[in-house]
Design a binder for this molecule. Structure first.
Ligand SMILES: [Zn+2]
Length: 245
């Protein structure tokens, strides 16, 4: 098929647009742009950016795609357009203008702009970093521990890394913002994962055991809380690791 767009006119993609995960969309668009190269393993993540920015990078043969969660509910054709834009940029491939146009149209929709505005407001108020650090992803860690120790029953709050690698506060649960913040000190490859897991487990117990307001005293770490904490495997070892941070 050849039309006004000549060689840039890719085969019609509409039929495959539905029921694809974002990762599948990226793999398919990759095959369109680079038909002779098998798509690398790729990972698509929706991140809590304050705006609609999206990023892609190739690292050790893996494609990491980070998309604003503002676009999480975007229709598949919009997701496809963004895949063309990002992959085209990364691999310096010409991309039909229709994709840039389609994507811009979506960003300019009134409902989208309104939502983006609200998100900027809310996220601007309390800084909560992206759960994806340079080494660990807090959302993934939360879900793994949730399955391991809480039968997957805890609802995931917002997760973020502290601005600075603080030693004074290794982690905290902020009920007003429903957020768990973990010290950036743990986002280093040389820091044992067990230490991070233990701190996360502790913060997760705060979701499980609410603050005890009985009497005049406000008890954050109740007796049950302390008992539950000891059920963490390698509890002592983990505590020792924290002392040596
Ligand atoms: Zn605590």
């Amino acid at each position: 098929m050849l039309d006004a767009q000549g060689p840039l006119d890719y085969p019609s993609l509409q039929s495959s647009l539905f029921f694809e995960t974002p990762a599948e969309i990226y793999a398919r668009v990759f095959r369109v742009l680079k038909p002779r190269t098998p798509p690398p393993p790729l990972q698509v993540e929706f991140c809590r950016f304050a705006n609609a920015d999206s990023f892609m990078r190739l690292e050790e043969g893996r494609l990491h795609i980070r998309i604003s969660d503002l676009l999480e509910g975007a229709p598949a054709p919009v997701m496809e357009a963004l895949a063309f834009i990002l992959l085209g940029k990364l691999y310096r491939k010409p991309v039909p203008r229709i994709y840039a146009h389609r994507y811009r149209l979506y960003l300019n929709r009134r409902d989208f702009r309104r939502q983006a505005h609200l998100v900027r407001q809310v996220r601007g108020r309390k800084f909560i970093s992206d759960p994806q650090g340079k080494t660990h992803n807090l959302d993934e860690l939360f879900e793994r521990l949730n399955r391991q120790y809480f039968d997957g029953l805890l609802g995931r709050p917002r997760m973020g890394w502290s601005r600075k690698p603080a030693r004074s506060m290794l982690g905290h649960f902020d009920p007003s913002h429903n957020a768990i913040i973990i010290s950036r000190i743990f986002d280093e490859p040389h820091v044992p994962l067990l230490a991070l897991e233990y701190v996360m487990f502790h913060e997760m117990l705060h979701l499980r055991y609410p603050v005890d307001h009985a009497g005049a005293r406000r008890r954050v770490h109740t007796r049950e809380f302390r008992e539950a904490e000891k059920t963490f495997p390698r509890w002592k070892e983990a505590k020792e690791l924290l002392k040596k941070l």
